[in-house]
Design a protein around this ligand. Structure first.
Ligand SMILES: C[S@@+](CC[C@H](N)C(=O)[O-])C[C@H]1O[C@@H](n2cnc3c(N)ncnc32)[C@H](O)[C@@H]1O
Length: 248
């Protein structure tokens, strides 16, 4: 399971170049296509609330859930009355409410590395999905992961106070459809010159469509469409991230 402990302090800085606004508009266009009446959204794995804020600004009433109190602390700083937040596990949280859209975005499903975890999150999606609504989640798409292969990556970002230099070393576990991404980050405090070192391993699962089809079928969920993330096309071996759209 993910850690997102100390890492959460630097999360927004590390992803300051991510186009949450554009991606949220893309997701909104899909919602408008398949569930045009949608007004409420459950966002599983909302993290620091970057998508949550975008969807809330578009007028959705969003309930964000994350298991990391540290990530949620950032999200709680967002001032928007359309947002409600709960700390909980997407595998078993039960809010006693239905939503027009249930979403899990930016690899949340790929953090569910066992079949049981995936089935449990899908069951949570189904339980909270209103009739006529859609659930959607992105995931690492197996054919692309095996074709492109994960690479060691280096990222450096800074603000007025700190500079974060992060290396991500992936180790593939082909037999388990999983990649262990070993992060090492050095955080330079610009004021006093101190450097902190942080290590986290994130186990990311990649999925193939037949296994997702089987899991969704087991839960009586229907596939509306699989797409390459941020595209309108069927996923292919160059689309590392794919989007699954599901209905009851
Ligand atoms: C890569 S972050 C994405 C956060 C946010 N969706 C975003 O786009 O910035 C993955 C998030 O999923 C959360 N997460 C993973 N598995 C979870 C689970 N079973 N229940 C609740 N949160 C989970 C982690 O705590 C983390 O905040």
């Amino acid at each position: 399971m993910p850690q997102f402990g100390d890492y959460s302090k630097y999360y927004n800085l590390l992803y300051s170049d991510k186009d949450y606004g554009g991606e949220a508009r893309y997701v909104d266009s899909i919602i408008k296509r398949y569930a045009p009446h949608a007004a409420t959204m459950l966002e599983l794995g909302c993290g620091t609330g970057r998508y949550t804020a975008e969807f809330a600004s578009m007028g959705y009433r969003v309930h964000g859930v994350d298991m990391s109190g540290e990530m949620l602390r950032e999200a709680r700083g967002i001032q928007n009355s359309n947002i409600e937040l709960s700390c909980g596990d997407a595998r078993n949280i039960r809010l006693g409410e239905k939503f027009d859209v249930v979403a899990a975005l930016f690899h949340v499903m790929s953090y569910q590395s066992s079949n049981r975890d995936v089935l449990d999150v899908l069951a949570t999606m189904k339980t909270h999905l209103a009739d006529g609504g859609i659930a959607l989640f992105d995931f690492w798409y197996g054919p692309a992961v095996l074709t492109l292969r994960p690479e060691t990556r280096f990222k450096e970002v800074e603000d007025d106070e700190i500079k974060v230099s992060r290396v991500a070393v992936p180790v593939m576990d082909i037999g388990k459809n999983r990649v262990a991404v070993n992060y090492t980050a050095f955080i330079l405090n610009k004021r006093d010159g101190n450097v902190n070192k942080l290590r986290e391993t994130h186990n990311m699962r990649y999925f193939f469509l037949p296994e997702l089809e089987l899991m969704l079928d087991m839960l009586n969920l229907c596939i509306v469409a699989p797409l390459g993330w941020y595209t309108d096309l069927y996923p292919n071996n160059a689309t590392w991230a794919a989007l699954m759209i599901v209905s009851k």
